[in-house]
Design a protein. Structure first.
Length: 98
């Protein structure tokens, strides 16, 4: 007999919640346009998410605006403002050239 639970798990083990908690699914399809734009970008770019950051940002902004996730500063989600991105690109280009 097995002492584990369903799918080989251990009984009594406490599940660990996701880092950001849970958030409602978009059952009303309020952010479908943004989601489809992001997924299309991923498909076109060969699933290189860095090339689709703008679409990802717009999707998260939509979710926050529609109360589908907690509102928080986008910098906490890995997005910096455009000016900082341009400066870091210039610094990286300068390093590559030398």
């Amino acid at each position: 007999m097995s002492a584990g639970g369903a799918f080989g798990g251990t009984r009594g083990a406490r599940p660990v919640p996701p880092e950001k908690g849970i958030f409602p699914l978009d059952h009303m399809h309020q952010c479908d346009v943004e989601k489809k734009d992001y997924l299309s970008c991923l498909k076109i770019s060969g699933h290189q998410s860095e090339k689709c950051r703008l679409f990802s940002k717009k999707y998260l902004e939509c979710r926050m605006a529609k109360n589908l996730m907690a509102k928080q500063d986008l910098s906490e989600l890995g997005f910096r403002n455009e000016k900082d991105l341009e400066i870091s690109k210039e610094e990286n280009n300068g390093r590559i050239k030398h």
